[in-house]
Design a protein around this ligand. Structure first.
Ligand code: AMP
Length: 218
């Protein structure tokens, strides 16, 4: 299956993507994680991306599209993938169509995670992320780790992402409405979108998402 996950920051895309990719046995491809890995390794690409990320802006398309294409060219993505955080604007959506068309492939569905706006800032500003695996996230009020500052799942160090401050979250939301939301209409016109609520427990949302994708693929 070839799936795109969309939704505002704080909808839980990364967490859901990790579970869904595992359930569907396809790789989880997150452009945000790819950028963070490049920053961690101090690559030229990481240096180009960092400034935009810290400001809550989109990294320019010429950097992002090339990186996404390279990742989708890896053998593990040949038969399917779950894209998390890409595409994030219409130019990227069109580029993805072209990448897939060159291979005679197409998307099977676009899963749109919905969350009320007032939940977003609260969810993200309290989020703490594991340095070892960014799908492991905690919350200062709602999901505290058993040992302060340590991931329950792998013992990795927890930190607050530089782009998770309240000010940057508001900027990211504005960018989401302006740049990313239009891709939902683009994919609706192709009959690909299924929308589910991202509210509730993680496992409930995963279940809802799996049901929606099964219905879409049927
Ligand atoms: P995420 O982990 O998906 O929330 O992404 C974190 C940040 O990485 C975003 O706020 C952007 O600055 C950058 N980023 C991730 N994916 C993309 C993309 N497809 N296009 C442009 N910038 C991106």
């Amino acid at each position: 299956m070839r799936i795109v996950l969309v939704g505002p920051p704080g909808a839980g895309k990364g967490t859901q993507a990790a579970y869904l990719a595992e359930n569907l046995s396809i790789p989880h491809v997150s452009t945000g994680d790819l950028f963070r890995a490049n920053i961690g390794q101090g690559t030229a690409l990481g240096k180009q991306a960092q400034e935009y990320m810290n400001a809550g802006e989109l990294v320019p398309d010429e950097v992002t599209i090339g990186m996404a294409k390279d990742r989708l060219d890896q053998p593990d993505a040949a038969e399917g993938f779950l894209l998390d955080g890409f595409p994030r604007n219409l130019a990227q959506a069109e580029a993805l169509d072209q990448i897939l068309a060159e291979r005679g492939a197409h998307l099977d569905g676009v899963l749109d995670l919905e969350i009320p706006e007032d939940q977003v800032v609260q969810r993200i500003a309290g989020r703490r992320t594991c340095r070892t695996d960014s799908a492991h996230t905690f919350h200062v009020d709602h999901k505290r780790p058993q040992v302060a500052g340590r991931c329950d799942e792998c013992g990795g160090e927890l930190y607050q992402r530089a782009d998770d401050s309240e000010e940057t979250v508001r900027k990211r939301l504005e960018v989401y409405h302006r740049e990313t939301e239009p891709i939902i209409g683009f994919y609706q016109a192709k009959g690909l979108v299924v929308t589910i609520s991202a509210m509730g427990r993680v496992a409930e949302v995963t279940e809802r998402a799996m049901d929606a994708l099964r219905t879409k693929a049927a």
